[in-house]
Design a protein around this ligand. Structure first.
Ligand code: ZN
Length: 269
């Protein structure tokens, strides 16, 4: 199986020299809350920029992709606004998907878990599935079995430990979303600049927290690379006691993002 995945990997994915070039967005400040507080902490947006910057001989000219069908039809007659001004484009443009459905890999539970751990793992899986189901009507998603071919990978683990530039350890967090870039030669013979997200979500959280966090993190991975100042939005920067459903403001923001230019998904040759 590993050899097969390796071959698949070699055949389809030629990683740029961007392996270490990770941009990360950290979501909630504190790790391991035992309950959902009213609001926890200050905005927790932490972004580390790639260094050195990637140098592609010829980046695709940034331009928008056609809107996915739901967003093309989405209108908000009540004009409830958006938080598009809080969204950061990457150096390669907005982090939009252009091939649908977007594939999502969910880290399976390890084998031979004890009864309690197995139940906890099942709760985690269910929370992730609910988050995927919540976004699916707006951006088509499909769950895949192989991590190597997935656009978004959701890992059942605490985020990797980070160090500050001075070498000291960063605060332990319960969730984190990162992306990196690669080029991929596709069936039409063209090589495209693509991106992939990794979401790390601790398995040791209360179910309500996991579900709300998964919904929030998945919003980042679908392109909402920033935070809302409004607690009624899924992408609000902190936890709230009653986590909201995906709001019209989330969707208004998502639509504006998908109308923006990007290098991602366009041929580089
Ligand atoms: Zn966030």
């Amino acid at each position: 199986m590993l050899a097969f995945i390796h071959q698949l990997w070699l055949r389809h994915c030629r990683w740029l020299a961007l392996g270490g070039l990770v941009v990360l967005l950290v979501v909630f400040m504190e790790g391991a809350p035992r309950s959902l507080p009213g609001v926890s902490g200050q905005p927790a947006l932490a972004i580390s920029l790639p260094s050195p910057r990637p140098s592609l001989a010829s980046l695709p000219t940034p331009r928008p992709h056609p809107l996915p069908s739901f967003l093309a039809q989405w209108h908000d007659p009540q004009a409830r606004g958006d938080y598009f001004d809080q969204i950061q484009p990457s150096e390669w443009g907005y982090l939009v998907w252009s091939q649908f459905p977007v594939s999502v890999y969910i880290d399976p539970p390890p084998p031979d878990l004890g009864r309690f751990a197995a139940a906890q793992a099942a709760t985690w899986q269910q929370a992730i599935a609910q988050a995927i189901a919540a976004w699916h009507p707006y951006i088509p998603l499909s769950v895949v079995e192989t991590a190597a071919v997935a656009d978004i990978r959701i890992w059942r683990s605490a985020p990797p430990i980070q160090r500050h530039p001075d070498g000291s350890l960063a605060r332990i967090r319960a969730a984190e979303t990162r992306y990196n870039l690669y080029t991929q030669r596709q069936a039409d013979g063209r090589t495209r600049l693509r991106h992939r997200f990794d979401i790390y979500l601790s398995p040791n959280q209360p179910a309500a927290y996991t579900q709300a966090t998964a919904r929030h993190e998945l919003g980042h991975a679908l392109g909402i690379w920033g935070h809302s100042p409004d607690p009624g939005d899924v992408l609000y920067y902190a936890q709230v006691r009653q986590p909201p459903r995906i709001s019209p403001r989330d969707l208004n923001t998502l639509k504006r993002i998908y109308e923006q230019p990007t290098c991602l998904g366009w041929p580089i040759d």
